[in-house]
Design a protein around this ligand. Structure first.
Ligand SMILES: Nc1ncnc2c1ncn2[C@@H]1O[C@H](COP(=O)(O)OP(=O)(O)OP(=O)(O)O)[C@@H](O)[C@H]1O
Length: 324
């Protein structure tokens, strides 16, 4: 198929709240740098996430060479949802709090000019050489139509419960909220009951963590699935059995360097399709699932990997040669 002719139009979706207001501060800088590079930035930002999603879809239907998101992993999530299955690539200006996807993909973090330079350079390279096709993950009710897409990981264990609780707290701001939420969750913690079906194999019973990962990191640098590869056509599924509070407190710090995968209660499996269901009687009801840090919905859910579903604008490899 002949690619459509370049329009020079680049959709720009800025999350004003990302990185505690950093998105607002960098908005005009990003637009100005894209224009200075001869591109035509089309502002698709919205007053809230719903309007940003609607604007992105409308912009895509009018024709774009790329969609550039400005924010954290939540904005990558938004971009993947809009672009999965299309030929339009995603550019990332990582100015969020966690920025796990950008870091895992070797993109600049917290450096607006460097991010825009990567976007502009990748768009001007020959025949799609600046685009890396990555797997994206479709989430549905088991057997149902796709309801969400994600890039990094879906969680429906203790970390999701902490996320849910932290979102409901008004203080303290920043990381302190997550510590307070973790302590509160641990106070009433009882392992959850799951049935997880991985390409037909069943893992079930009491569990504390179920994470279906496409990239290695979450939560601002925690190596939850250290050997996940975003372009291998496989999901890396991290499963932790029921643990006591003391056991969990010992396990959690090991997630930062990724050494939790050697803990005897933790298993890592690979699969293309994963169905996660609550298992009544085996433990507490698992929390609502989060993906890329965004709240999705309650179980049961199915995750299916779609190889190469999203193109991301990437840096030249060391030495300045184009990726083939
Ligand atoms: N106008 C808006 N456009 C897009 N998202 C918005 C907007 N206002 C609030 N949000 C919320 O911002 C969240 C995503 O934030 P984002 O990931 O971009 O930044 P962050 O949380 O600082 O970074 P990270 O996720 O990497 O820690 C979403 O949950 C979304 O609902």
């Amino acid at each position: 198929m002949t690619p459509p002719p370049p329009t020079g139009r680049v959709g720009l979706v800025v999350n004003p709240t990302a990185g505690r207001g950093r998105g607002t501060r960098v908005h005009s800088r990003v637009a100005g740098a894209l224009a200075a590079a001869g591109l035509e930035p089309v502002d698709l930002s919205g007053a809230d996430v719903e309007r940003a999603v609607a604007n992105s879809r409308a912009g895509l239907s009018r024709g774009l060479d790329a969609l550039v998101v400005v924010g954290g992993d939540g904005m990558v999530h938004l971009g993947v949802g809009a672009l999965a299955g299309t030929a339009v690539p995603l550019g990332v200006v990582a100015v969020g709090s966690g920025n796990d996807v950008a870091r895992d993909l070797g993109l600049p973090v917290g450096d607006v000019e460097a991010s825009v330079a990567v976007v502009c350079d990748a768009l001007t390279r020959t025949a799609g050489a600046g685009v890396r096709r990555l797997d994206a993950v479709a989430v549905s009710r088991p057997g149902g139509p796709t309801a969400h897409w994600y890039m990094a990981s879906l969680s429906c264990g203790l970390d999701a419960a902490v996320n849910e609780r932290a979102n409901a707290m008004s203080w303290p701001s920043g990381g302190g909220r997550y510590v307070r939420a973790l302590l509160a969750e641990l106070g009433s913690f009882r392992p959850y009951g799951y049935k997880v079906t991985l390409d037909g194999d069943v893992w079930q019973g009491e569990g504390t963590l179920v994470v279906v990962a496409n990239t290695p990191s979450f939560g601002g640098g925690m190596r939850i699935a250290p050997s996940a590869e975003p372009d291998d056509g496989l999901l890396e599924v991290v499963l932790a059995r029921g643990l006591s509070r003391a056991g969990l407190l010992r396990l959690f710090p090991r997630i930062y360097p990724g050494t939790h995968v050697r803990h005897p209660a933790v298993e890592v499996r690979r699969a293309r399709s994963v169905v996660i269901e609550p298992l009544e009687g085996a433990g507490a009801t698992p929390p609502v699932a989060f993906a890329d840090g965004e709240r999705l919905e309650a179980l049961p859910l199915q995750c299916d990997v779609h190889p190469g579903a999203v193109g991301v604008l990437v840096r030249r490899e060391a030495g300045g040669t184009d990726r083939t």
